[in-house]
Design a protein around this ligand. Structure first.
Ligand SMILES: [Zn+2]
Length: 291
């Protein structure tokens, strides 16, 4: 999108997100910044939250957006404020997904067409836009496909709609919504009671030569104090740890340490008995489970 269109969409977004005047200006500034980085004209940083803003903005953008979302959300869970400038940069990347990539023959003409249109008041009803939980991460590839490749006004609307949906979901309160509270309490109780199973998991996964690699794969589980999150992350990585265990055993091919490398596999199989509902699994990195 042209800067004019990025600004047009972001002015509306900043208002809809309830930012005050000075924050809105920062966000609008951020909404054209990734192009400055791309063109080598940026005076400041070339990445946000460790994710590069360099050109082309259409390459691996879904993954970049996903990474930025995860890291921003992690800061929000830690109680930090997000700089509206960075939110603007993220909005830019999202908006660029509503138009042709630079390499496309119609790129320039389409962008010029879009720049003729304005955000309409009737498009704007921010309270009607849902806030999505951690599902937003998996929905990104669907959200970020070009839906209106031939209609410039609809493309502008698409850029606005998609950024609002994603940013509203990102900026929602950090604590687990009340409807998920009972599920969380039940799960916590059930995991807490499985003491032998939990000990068995750590012994089997770590008393063997693969411990350093498993510790890396389990780093989120190890870093987390919350019991539900800890075992949620342990379960998430179970396939990797299990596969590694089998591979190591094959490589050992009868050597004495090969047997020890099979232990983590048993550990990972045990995690199947630690039941964590999908509503919590998909929100491991999206909400604080306890205040
Ligand atoms: Zn761009």
């Amino acid at each position: 999108m042209k800067w004019k269109s990025h600004r047009e969409v972001t002015i509306a977004l900043a208002e809809d997100l309830g930012l005050d005047i000075s924050q809105r200006e920062r966000m609008v500034e951020g909404s054209v910044y990734p192009d400055k980085v791309g063109m080598g004209k940026a005076k400041g940083k070339s990445s946000i939250f460790g994710v590069p803003l360099t050109y082309p903005h259409h390459k691996e953008t879904n993954e970049r957006i996903r990474q930025i979302l995860l890291r921003m959300r992690s800061s929000i869970l830690d109680g930090q404020k997000i700089d509206p400038f960075d939110i603007g940069c993220l909005a830019h990347l999202i908006q660029d997904r509503a138009v042709f990539p630079y390499s496309h023959s119609n790129f320039e003409q389409f962008e010029l067409e879009i720049a003729k249109y304005r955000v309409k008041n009737e498009w704007r009803n921010p309270t009607a836009v849902p806030t999505v939980d951690g599902r937003i991460l998996n929905a990104l590839p669907n959200i970020l496909t070009i839906d209106n490749p031939n209609d410039p006004e609809a493309a502008l609307k698409e850029g606005y709609d998609e950024s609002l949906l994603i940013l509203k979901s990102l900026l929602q309160p950090p604590n687990l919504p009340s409807d998920l509270q009972p599920i969380y309490e039940r799960t916590k109780k059930s995991i807490s009671s499985k003491i032998i199973l939990r000990y068995a998991y750590w012994f089997l996964t770590y008393l063997n030569p693969l411990a350093p690699v498993n510790a890396y794969l389990d780093r989120k589980a190890i870093a987390n104090q919350n019991i539900v999150k800890r075992y949620g992350f342990a379960k998430e990585g179970a396939i990797w740890k299990g596969t590694l265990s089998i591979l190591a055993c094959l490589i050992a091919w009868g050597a004495w340490w090969g047997f020890w490398c099979l232990l983590p596999l048993i550990g990972q199989i045990l995690t199947a008995w630690i039941k964590i509902p999908i509503e919590l699994m998909r929100n491991l990195e999206w909400f604080n489970f306890e205040k």
